[in-house]
Design a protein around this ligand. Sequence first.
Ligand code: NAP
Length: 269
Amino acid sequence: MEFRELGKTHESVPVVGMGTWKMGTGSQEELTNQLHALRRGLDLGMTLIDTAEIYGNGKAEELVANAIKGKRESIFVATKVWSEHLHYDDVIRACRGSLERLGTAYVDLYQVHWPNPQVPVRETMRAMERLVAQGKTRYIGVSNFNVKQLQDAQDSLAKVELASNQVEYSLLSRSAEREVIPYCEKQKITVIAYSPLARGRIPGSKIPAILLKRYSMTAAQIMLNWVTANKQVIAIPKASRVDHVEENAKSVQIRLESDDFSLLSRLFV
Ligand code: NAP
């Protein structure tokens, strides 16, 4: 697995981690498969897991707790506080709930899931910094923030630098390229690409067969390779199947040549 620095933290995180939206719920068999998939991914080096208090109403965090049992220190756990919980006391309470469900004393990255214009970002960031001071999160991130919101969040932080912004980004969803990614590149904020496989709507027939052959990659692997070509970007595909996880873990073993990267960028513009 390839690793990159998270923001300016000197912390290395895998270029391909694992998402958990829509996990933690389902039949016993489905839950067992999800657990196996996460554990297999960890074994293959996808040691960043992204979750959120809202996913499965806390059930995804409980699944993550199970997956990381016995190896917490070697895993980078990222979770998110929901946009209705952004007042100071609510952030502190939400984090406590996430830590309990995750069965851990700290998370590595605590992210604001969505901005909420009703709550001053200064108040939210004060709480986030308090959590850092208390050792409950190591780093602070945001998600779905535009450039102005990123600037306001950065200006609101007194001692800690914003490490990441999680946004939708894939071959099929390119709007982050206009402003957010260039800004994050300049500021050294890591872009965590969510839905990098377009939520499973993988455009297999639109990816030139010659590329699949040249790199011996599947369409999903090409998508993950393409989305992480930018050094400021890491991706968090979600997979509840072990074979999908194995495929995703191998997606960045080799890199697309720049001509092929450009060809794909043009085809999906
Ligand atoms: P995604 O990762 O783009 O796609 C997930 C879908 O792709 C699932 O149906 C999965 O199937 C399938 N898949 C995975 N690997 C595959 C492979 N190698 N070949 C074929 N299909 C494959 O979508 P996502 O779940 O929306 O996004 C990923 C993560 O980003 C989420 O889980 C969540 O952690 C985060 N996210 C964050 C936000 C936010 O607002 N911050 C919003 C959305 C998502 P199986 O499950 O059957 O394996």
